[in-house]
Design a protein around this ligand. Sequence first.
Ligand code: ATP
Length: 615
Amino acid sequence: MNSSFKELCKVFEKLENIAGRLDMTSLMGEFLKQCNIYDIQVISYLVQGRVAPKFVDSEFNYSEKSLTNLLNQYFEDKEEDIDISSIRQETGDIGDAIYQVSEKLVKRRKSRTIQEIYEILWEIVNTSGSGSVERKGNLILNFLTSTSDIEAKYFVRIVCGQLRLGLHSKTMMDVFSYTVTGDKELSDKFSRVYGASADIGFVASKLDQFKKEKVIEELEDINVTPGFPVLSRLVERVGSFEEVKERLGDKFLVQGKFDGLRLQIHKYTQDSISSRKVIWRDYLRSKEQGLNLFASDSSDGVQVKLYTRNLEDVTDMFPEIVEDAKEIDIDSFILDSEVLGWDYSKDTFLSYQTTMQRKRKYEVGKVSEKIPVKAMLFDLLYINGEDITQKDTVERINLLEKEFKGIDNSLRVADTLRISSVSKLKEVFDKYVEQGLEGLIVKQFEGGYEAGKRNFEWIKLKKSMDRGLIDTVDMVVVGYYYGSGRRAELGIGALLGAVYNEKENRYDAICKVGTGISDDLFKQILQELKGIEVLKKTKDVAVTDTLEPDVWVKPKFVITVDADEVTRDISKDKEGVGNGLSLRFPRLIEWDREKALEEITTVEELTTIFEAKRS
Ligand code: ATP
């Protein structure tokens, strides 16, 4: 049976009042169990505020501001004295604002199925070109004037990118498992497939009938497929060189830690991608929108795609890598690499900042002449029709070295040393750091490429280890302070940063960050934060009294912060916020990291850093 969007919205509403992951899991799980397989796939995208996975360019591109203007105009035309902007200010949320005025909007009420909603949303996505804001506005208004208050509320939250249910992909894997076994028994299996496909709807498509044996069989059948990105394998941190040996055993693989942009390089033919069935495929518009995942642009049907760790399709940004990958005499592969700006005359890499200038959509040609690049290949996931992610890292690297040997254009195989002593490891570390690298990545011989996973089989050793902190911390900004003196004139003097508390499924604010930010950057930050200000702390944020900011913002922007050390305040710990941890002398390294909120540093990780340093 087709489920109604209204029923789903009721579940969303209940989810808003639940914080615990277990309760969220069972609530969502019970609902999915009543839905058909098509709706389950759609819902999986919707809970993430999307209609397709992240690697498919399918944004709504419709801002809260446009919606406010649209409705203000609507009410003005109807001579109604309603100002959406001020209601939005009062309620702190665009969905709640629409909910309040929804009675005034309705002309005739129509109930819609989830499938119908999916179609409307795709229509909005596919509206582009000149006058598209207006045309999207018409579609939205059409919906809002013929629906119920609760549907209106969640619909606009989805379209304006404001749906934050706290159902991260990890929790969704638990939900999927719940629908089959009533617990987390299959969560790891679902996670593996999510890692291999980076597509939550595709994972959901395996839930057919919720029959355990059948689901397991289907899940095990899934491999990485070139053309579709794979979640990047992540790395752990340790406190000392000795710990590397303790964790990895007698012998380990050592590579430089290149400081550029993570890049997955896929080469494939049409046949490869035709095999994967995904519901969003039917809605993809033509190639001119850049949605050319399934279209071949060369006569021999060979295609190359480049993806960042964030699943962004950056194929058009590095044409030389595409060309060179096509030239390689291997039909299909997936390579994992770090791309760096490169000085070919000196055969050396350029700074991170220079490399990042290549990440652009326009005038690619001009910039690529000025800033050439090289992708340092450090892993191989797939070759000649075979998924090799289950093979040990040492085997994959051996294959990489053998098959890609001698290639040295915009692609080059990174050196991998096989090392067995801590003293040698230290020596290599010093040498690489002196050459300007960020440090080392040390990898265990055994173990497959676990997509999207972070564990001690891959370990980073960073320069910053020499100082107080063994790693930088990625936080989400949840508020800001006006500051004093000169800063007060700017209207902002520091940010309030939070780490992710996985257990409580919330963001724990742990410190103020006011250093390392120029006036210009502060101005830009203020501008960006203005758009997401809220009157009260959002429910998914925890803070101690001493850190209360002057202005709260919705958790959205991720920052990277360096500090002298991680400290712990027992009195704060009593309140349970961030395990009592804080940062000493924090300073901003990067504003607006392109990272998902579920990827920021967790309280557990910060505790590891704290304890590693103490020991
Ligand atoms: P994290 O969220 O994993 O802490 P981060 O964005 O803060 O990551 P780093 O701490 O700098 O990144 O370390 C991980 C990144 O290092 C990888 O995502 C990858 O882009 C990069 N990297 C550089 N060299 C290598 C290598 N040889 N092997 C694996 N990753 C490498």
